[in-house]
Design a binder for this molecule. Sequence first.
Ligand code: PHB
Ligand code: FE
Length: 342
Amino acid sequence: MTATARIHPSDPARPAPAAPASDTVAGYHAFTLGQFSFARDEYFVTVTWPAKGHRQSHTMSADAFLRALMRDVAWNFFYGLVNFDAVFGTRNLYGRVEIFAGRYNEAIHGAGLSYVEAFDSTDAMARFKEILADWVNAGFDPFAAPAETENSPFGEKNGNNLAAIDRFRIATKRMTGLPGDSPLRSDADGFPVNRAFADVDQGEPEIEVEPGFEGEVHAFNLFKYLSRSDVTWNPSVTSVCGRSLFCPTTEEYILPIIHGNDRVEWFLQLSDEITWEVADRETGRPRSRLTMKAGDVAAMPADIRHQGFSKKRAMLLVWENATADLPQRYERGELKPWPVDF
Ligand code: PHB
Ligand code: FE
């Protein structure tokens, strides 16, 4: 865990008002979204929500909150649950989004202190983007590995880093490197080889096409492409085959969210090593701990939450199934939460 839960019954004599957007602390604006309030100070982000006639609060380290918020924004709320930590997060209803506090935390939910509010995704996204723009200081890149960004998530407000937070998920239509599709990476385009991948072969495959098939055959060096990724924990589509999406990514330090799946995902470990903590999606009770080494393949079930840890930058291929009604089919019990029986 990268954040500390501080749940306390609030003092009825001092009900926390929903913070108007004009409030500032240490130069940072406070925000509201529905019944939620969000405020940050030099070190922390505090979220409050109504429960049992009072306001509950939860505090996270500002860097952990901003790294999670960055993914939620860039991934348009992703698949299923994006838990910022064990308390706060979002659930994608694809068009609508639920924002929750304590709902998937067994103790808080069991005590009747959780809160969920649904929004149109565009409204919630607009507010999340405002928070990100205001709270990310100059020099802090929430997508970068901690060793590769300045240690400036903390302190009083100091400028912004709009260029870093406007970097969105790469949308590939068919395959990276095809004419008119998402581009390959090179020194000239500002994507040097990462320090961790200096030994990765930079050659490209030779493509020999039968006459008549020109423009239909394509290949590229995925290891070279990934060796030049400037971000961490950001799966981006490199090939689309029907509803099958290959979403490779490079991983260093800790996945800033705890992802609650709404479908099965496959992981192919392409290099190095990542350890996954896997827990029950609903309660957070631990289910397994899995260390994947280069060449390992794992299926992450549809009813879990998981978080990855990578001590050296590693290449991972996340294989997603974008079939539209999958979450409903799992919820109705039509599909088992695991993909194969041995
Ligand atoms: C996942 O939740 O499956 C996931 C998210 C981000 C990554 C890797 C895996 O970088
Ligand atoms: Fe996942």
